[in-house]
Design a protein around this ligand. Sequence first.
Ligand SMILES: Nc1ncnc2c1ncn2[C@@H]1O[C@H](COP(=O)(O)OP(=O)(O)OP(=O)(O)O)[C@@H](O)[C@H]1O
Ligand SMILES: [Mg+2]
Length: 255
Amino acid sequence: MLQVNHLSKSFGGVHAIQDVSFSVRGGAVHSVIGPNGAGKTTLFNLLSGIYVPSGGEILLDGQNVAGHSPDTLARRGMSRTFQNLQVCMNMTACENVMLGAHLRTRSSLVGGMLGTTRRADAALRDEALRLIDYVGVGAHAGAHASQLSFGMLKRLEIARALAGKPRLLLLDEPAAGLNDTETHEITELIRQIAASGVTVLLVEHDMKMVMNISDHILVLDYGRKLAEGTADEVRANPQVIAAYLGAEVEEEGAA
Ligand SMILES: Nc1ncnc2c1ncn2[C@@H]1O[C@H](COP(=O)(O)OP(=O)(O)OP(=O)(O)O)[C@@H](O)[C@H]1O
Ligand SMILES: [Mg+2]
């Protein structure tokens, strides 16, 4: 579904992504791991059109979409969540999810304010309510986002991304800040999303979750690809252990 060739992005002298190549197979859960500052979010920003690459190709269904705008990519089936939640706190849960659909339907916010047809609006609302229910926040659909717990906001963010009806969903640290129970629940939600046919690309620091859920793992370090493979392959890779997993395992042991 996605083929990335020799992708690079520099900010002045900082080579955030350097010559990274990998592919994402439709229907699978792929993860990107690596230490803080390894370039994971930058990679997502490149894939989702927020940044224009300094070099390389991003082939979506065989067509190079590098540098295309986020809304073009959204219409072609790519949605994402953000490491720092992009939830509008003064809107209801339902309105937040409806916002997620606007890129796809092209009913712009301005259009929304001027009044899209009532029928289209009602359909959008029904779909948003269905998605909020799906991610497990159904009881709070009418509540202001500011009244929701952090765990619920993380789910709401996923519902908003799903409102774009993605074929490829990019999740940037969906479990960050969640406790063990919430992490388990969100892992199950991601499994369900993948089982429904949406390809998932995940950035996550929670190694238990990553090892549990991923069909394929890409390891970044200092903007470069350090390794890739199955969970077992990556776990056993001496370079990965030295650069990253060693420290994670020690932390787990200490905790
Ligand atoms: N807009 C930007 N301008 C300048 N430098 C940037 C920008 N975005 C990212 N960087 C730099 O690129 C490098 C990679 O950052 P990035 O946020 O992609 O890392 P990350 O792997 O997502 O880290 P974390 O695990 O902490 O989220 C860092 O050195 C960062 O400071
Ligand atoms: Mg990041």
